[in-house]
Design a protein around this ligand. Structure first.
Ligand code: HAM
Length: 414
């Protein structure tokens, strides 16, 4: 049998890497909690319809990237490509729509059949927040500020630029859509096949095209600004004033539409130049029509998600892990007392390694290899005296310590 391999675009996260990702998620969870966001865990797979209409049939995600299959009960299932649709579905399913504002944080794996490259995987992880209920621009401001705080805590905010746009309300979007159809129809011949298809289905999607020929045409496309009605403009002005008040600098990107269809008003991305082509670290926006589209009441919402792998790549090396204590029994008679000592120390909160077998020399070598801070050597003499030899593996000194005092002594090495 050929050697088994992980599926393309997936990765095994070995302990050091898994720890980096966990630190990102834990830092985010902690800061989100300060803003009143409680964790929600929704299923990793949903009925396909949870995603297809909300994200948009003409988006790359739905058209090309979803992991969709029929399960054994002939249900059409999709591995979640993102978190928002599932959270909104959960709010409706659990009858929470009367309890707004709802503030949710989530972290977990997402799945998209994309071309794998640095920072882009088929199974990746996101942290995200969803704030459901408030229609005021304050919600947009606070949500963006939360993203910035998390990135700052991870030490990556300075490497990012906040890009901001508005997609206005429905009326503004309709007016803009008309202008785009007119503009792109005039350039139809030169558009990529995908974008010609988008022109008929959802012309706003063309603005998100990565095709180089399309990008040239897009550069001359009308800007949303000229089609915003007064209410949409006023909303956006308030968002901007709030960001200014918080000292959050941003760059206006008039063609930023994001890769999902559910957005209106505020759309934003935190982008870095430090990760090559996959520079978008965090993206989100307002999605006022989404809940109604999914069969719930007409409740507005806003949120964002960020790629945990991308954040981990950008952030500095996390602080070193706690160095273990190595327990080293010398001779057969010391094996069980050493096992017992190890167990007691672990229960008291120490990180302890107990080698399995080998002579003392081999076990000392292992203690050095795992960078143990101290070794506790337990031989026949020590056993008889109810003591243990504590060796400082950095300094080299050693001393016999009565078993009853060992925890106090070890505390000095934490
Ligand atoms: P998104 O822009 O599709 O938005 O994804 C958010 C972030 O997930 C991206 O900025 C990127 O950092 C990361 N990401 C996306 N695809 C991949 C991939 N294939 N490999 C690695 N990282 C990836 C959403 O998912 C929306 N649900 C955000 C949102 C929440 N909007 C409102 N609420």
């Amino acid at each position: 049998m050929a050697q088994l391999q992980a599926v393309r675009g997936t990765q095994d996260l070995l302990p050091a890497e898994a720890r980096r990702l966990r630190i990102v998620a834990e830092t985010a969870r902690l800061i989100a909690a300060r803003y009143g966001f409680g964790e929600i865990i929704t299923p990793i797979f949903e009925f396909t319809e949870v995603f297809s209409r909300p994200i948009g049939e003409a988006t790359d995600i739905v058209a090309k990237e979803m992991y969709t299959f029929r399960d054994r009960g002939d249900e059409e299932i999709t591995l979640r490509p993102e978190g928002t649709a599932g959270v909104v579905r959960a709010v409706i399913s659990n009858g929470l729509t009367q309890s707004t504002p709802l503030k949710f944080f989530y972290a977990g794996p997402m799945f998209r059949y994309e071309r794998p490259q640095k920072g882009r995987y088929r199974q990746f992880h996101q942290i995200g927040v969803e704030l459901i209920g408030p229609s005021q621009p304050q919600a947009d401001i606070e949500t963006i500020a939360l993203g910035a705080e998390i990135l700052a805590a991870l030490g990556v905010l300075d490497a990012c630029e906040i890009q901001l746009n508005t997609l206005g309300d429905t009326a503004s979007r309709q007016a803009y859509r008309g202008a785009l159809v007119e503009y792109f129809s005039a350039h139809c011949e030169a558009l990529s096949e995908d974008s010609r298809d988008r022109l008929a289905r959802n012309p706003l999607r063309i603005l998100d095209s990565k095709d180089e020929g399309d990008r040239v045409i897009i550069a001359g496309a009308p800007a949303f600004d000229d089609y915003l009605n007064d209410a949409s403009r006023a909303f956006f002005d308030q968002v901007r004033r709030g960001l200014d008040a918080l000292g959050l600098g941003y760059v206006r990107k008039p063609h930023l539409v994001r890769g999902l269809d559910y957005y209106c008003h505020t759309a934003f991305e935190f982008v870095t130049t430090h990760l090559g082509a996959q520079g978008t670290v965090l993206g989100g926006g307002r999605y006022d029509g989404l809940m109604a589209l999914m069969g719930g009441p007409d409740l507005p919402g806003i949120g964002w998600a960020a790629g945990i792998e991308r954040l981990a790549m950008l952030s500095a090396e996390p602080p070193a892990e706690i160095r273990p204590i190595a327990v080293i029994p010398v001779g057969e008679a010391a094996e069980l007392p050493a096992l017992k000592l190890t167990q007691d120390l672990r229960r008291a909160g120490f990180t302890v390694d107990l080698g399995y077998g080998g002579n003392t020399g081999k076990r000392m070598k292992r203690a050095n290899k795992i960078e143990a801070r101290v070794a506790l050597i337990l031989g026949e003499d020590e056993l008889r005296r109810g003591a243990v030899t504590l060796r400082d593996l950095d300094g080299g000194q050693q001393q016999e310590v009565p078993l009853g005092e060992i925890q106090q002594r070890l505390a000095l090495f934490r």
